[in-house]
Design a protein around this ligand. Structure first.
Ligand SMILES: [Zn+2]
Length: 388
């Protein structure tokens, strides 16, 4: 079915949607005479050539030629179709759009799947209350009950118990399959639970809805961490863990601290450091970098500086620079993550390290210097050349 939105509705939305206000949700705009300017989000540049005219309600980039009205901007930024952009802007200005197309059907299903995730999260939270060893683990990691509840940490029972419980609660097995919470058995004779006997961390959208789960094993089993598979709701590469809890703090502080794991976000949060998100695993993606850019232009990276952490930091830096973000790297002791550090030394120690965080160039320089035990003049020249 073709999508259809009446012209009358489009007009009403464009009347209410101020282009300056909408675009400033995505990037920081600076007043320049009658207009506003910014670094262009659609090409890489050092001096702003991206202009927004409140008078004409248009944007234009003198560098790459991108331009148009508020709908064009949102389509280009979000990589979505015109009807989707109309719908999205409509929601922002309080005009709901009933788009009659396949998207509408998808929307209903999504809504249903979010509700299923919600019920599964409740079930996992209930299970945690009975699971002494899991509660003990969380206590050992220093978590207080309020934070465990706030982040809705739970426990996934055995596959058999999970199936019994979801049946008893009347949770749709079809939806659980769509969410990859149930997986076909390899013998093909039934279904089993994706998460079994793991601590569960629900993963939220920026709006605070549960789009997936992460599970940590308690013993030495592998993999240590397991995430939901991709589904209609969950795309790991586009989610930042904790953003729903931290977005206000990020805007207020005008900076974000990027960490690796769930427990880093929770621990820092518990200690009052709330502008924190995790990249869900060590590899940051360009979608995640762009998501950060919506909230702030300043990023502190606080990855564990073991070998894997260093290469993750370097990869992350490249993506963050591409998104025109300003980066500093917090020097972490080798093999110690932010959660360990504040548990051992207190949040003051972490904040001190944050104050002393290195700019990108100094970080690279330090890494190169550490590689070479003796420093002769030739070595120094070589290092400088390598870093540049
Ligand atoms: Zn441009």
């Amino acid at each position: 079915m073709a999508s259809y939105i009446s012209d009358e509705l489009i007009d009403r939305i464009s009347e209410r949607a101020d282009i300056v206000e909408i675009i400033s949700h995505y990037l920081p705009l600076k007043k320049a005479g009658k207009n506003y300017k910014a670094l262009c989000p659609f090409h890489q540049e050092k001096t702003p050539s991206f202009m927004v005219s409140p008078e004409k309600q248009l944007f234009h980039c003198f560098g790459c030629g991108a331009g148009g009205n508020v709908f064009n901007f949102v389509m280009k930024w979000e990589k979505i179709s015109f009807p989707e952009a109309v719908k999205m802007i409509g929601e922002k200005v309080g005009i709901s759009v009933a788009v009659i197309n396949e998207e509408a059907g998808k929307g209903v299903l999504k809504e249903e799947l979010y509700r299923t995730n919600e019920r599964v999260a409740d079930l996992f939270q209930q299970e945690l209350k009975r699971m002494v060893s899991a509660k003990k683990y969380l206590k050992q990691r220093g978590f207080i009950p309020e934070v465990i509840d706030k982040f809705r940490v739970g426990w996934a029972p055995t596959s058999g118990d999970f199936l019994k419980m979801v049946r008893a609660k009347g949770i749709s097995l079809e939806n659980l399959k769509k969410l990859s919470l149930l997986i076909p058995s390899q013998k093909g004779d039934g279904w089993y639970a994706w998460f079994r006997q793991r601590i569960i961390f629900p993963i939220f959208t920026p709006e605070g809805r549960i789009c997936g789960f992460g599970g940590r094993i308690l013993d030495n089993g592998l993999p240590k961490y397991l995430n939901s598979s991709s589904s209609l709701l969950f795309d790991k590469s586009r989610i930042l863990y904790g953003l729903n809890f931290s977005k206000e703090a990020i805007r207020q502080e005008e900076e974000v601290i990027l960490v690796e794991g769930y427990t880093d976000v929770m621990t820092l949060h518990q200690r009052g450091i709330k502008n924190v998100v995790a990249s869900l695993g060590t590899s940051l993606t360009s979608s995640q970098a762009r998501l950060i850019k919506r909230y702030t232009g300043h990023v502190f990276i606080a990855y564990d500086q073991d070998k894997a952490g260093i290469s993750a930091t370097l990869r992350g830096i490249d993506l963050l620079l591409e998104a025109n973000l300003e980066i500093r790297i917090i020097s972490m002791p080798r093999g110690v993550d932010p959660a360990d550090l504040v548990n051992r030394e207190g949040e003051g120690s972490f904040l001190k390290r944050k104050d002393e965080a290195l700019a990108y160039f100094d970080y690279r320089l330090n890494l190169e210097i550490q590689k070479r035990p003796s420093l002769r003049r030739e070595d120094k020249i070589e290092i400088i050349e390598e870093v540049f």
